[in-house]
Unconditional design. Structure first.
Length: 406
């Protein structure tokens, strides 16, 4: 079946927000065996939205809209779908009562404008929204389906995973689809693409390659009549790709680098401390993204000024001899923070953001790791803007730390 996504909101057209919903849905539809041929973006204008629905209706079986289900005057998705389907809107009083109870839980009085969100048409089935007041619509008509979900990504994704995807799978998927994501770091997308080129040309199982903040991902997807057969196809391809990518693979599916680091340190009963220079604390922020970090992560020091470094136990002689930005200084940072907080392992991270070091290009990442037995140093160069470089610095540090700890 052919699917189409319509993202609704003038703020999308103005570039005020990024369309995370379309990207998420585009990654999910192939897992249901649906072919996505078109993604459209339309502003909060009922006439243009009806025209977009008409185009989608003529070329797609399942139309998925996100956004425009709020309580304000410019939220016109419900009205546009109703007019497109030639149906009359009415207010579902049971939904109004639900909204009032929700507001009452927060000791708030429900604004009259929220009643608009209780609008329904005869052919729609209401999709509950546990995170907001905008219920979704499921409209079946003349062999087509229009699925309308709210714009906030957290609300949309929960609705999709809890209700929409299972219903699509039950009603329209005759085959079983299994997928697995292989996560790599240290290879460029082009290089990994060259290494896996023959697999990228396969239809079933198919292999897709995606650039992500935590590296380059390979997603293997297989379709078969039985789950056992689909899983066997995926497992075979994943095994072969593991042999190709080898040491650059750091995780599978829902693995996160911070989660893997957490598991390693907790299982070994070790502790960690970090000292960052010019990266704004992004490494500490990434490590503490998991609640388990309280069991092993002692402290993170963030320095943004060279003269402050001796205050945190760093040897001034090392910096005078090798410079404020160097592999020796990164190793000294790791040792200093390990010693200061009596941790099992210390990590020093230095980022070169602009032309601030004559011997180092902007985008250079220098990592020092002291595990008590050895003091390691690594140097990498990444392209990108300041935010991207900082993010890649943290990912690179965790990747190297994982390799050492294993």
């Amino acid at each position: 079946m052919k699917a189409e996504i319509i993202s609704i909101g003038t703020e999308l057209l103005l570039g005020e927000i990024t369309d995370l919903n379309a990207a998420y849905l585009a990654s999910q539809l192939p897992l249901l065996g649906l072919d996505l041929h078109f993604i459209s973006t339309v502003g909060d204008n009922k006439i243009r939205l009806i025209e977009t629905l008409d185009h989608a209706w003529k070329r797609s079986d399942i139309i998925i809209t996100t956004g425009g289900l709020g309580p304000t005057e410019d939220d016109v998705t419900r009205e546009a779908i109703a007019e497109f389907c030639h149906e009359t809107i009415s207010i579902d009083q049971s939904l109004v009562d639900q909204f009032k109870n929700l507001f009452r839980q927060f000791n708030m009085e429900m604004p009259e404008s929220n009643i608009k969100q209780a609008a329904v048409i005869p052919s729609c089935q209401i999709i509950p929204n546990p995170r907001g007041t905008a219920p979704g619509w499921w409209v079946e008509k003349q062999g087509h389906v229009i699925i309308s979900m709210p714009g906030p990504p957290s609300e949309m994704q929960l609705m999709w995973n809890n209700v929409i995807a299972p219903r699509i799978k039950e009603k329209y998927c005759s085959s079983v689809i299994i997928s697995c994501t292989i996560k790599t770091f240290g290879l460029s997308e082009a290089k990994l693409g060259e290494l896996t080129r023959s697999y990228l040309l396969h239809d079933n199982p198919s292999v897709g390659i995606y650039a992500k903040p935590d590296g380059i991902h390979l997603r293997v997807t297989a379709k078969a009549e039985t789950e056992e057969r689909a899983k066997s196809m995926v497992d075979k391809t994943v095994k072969e790709l593991r042999q190709i990518a080898g040491e650059y693979i750091w995780g599978i599916d829902n693995d996160t680098l911070e989660g893997l680091i957490s598991n390693i340190f907790i299982s070994k009963n070790l502790s960690l401390a970090t000292l960052e220079i010019n990266t704004g604390g992004i490494l500490a922020n990434m490590i503490t993204a998991t609640a388990e970090s309280t069991k092993f992560y002692k402290c993170g020091i963030v320095i943004n000024h060279n003269r402050l470094r001796p205050d945190f136990g760093m040897n001034e002689n090392v910096m005078m001899q090798y410079g404020d930005i160097s592999q020796q200084t990164a190793k000294e940072a790791a040792t200093a923070v390990k010693r200061r907080f009596n941790s099992s392992v210390g990590v020093g991270l230095i980022g070169v953001m602009e032309n601030e070091a004559p011997d180092y290009k902007p985008g250079t990442i220098i990592i020092g790791i002291d595990d008590g037995n050895h003091n390691y140093s690594f140097q990498r160069i990444f392209p990108g803007n300041r935010t991207q470089i900082k993010q890649r610095a943290a990912v690179s540090a965790l990747f190297e730390l994982r390799k050492i700890m294993l």
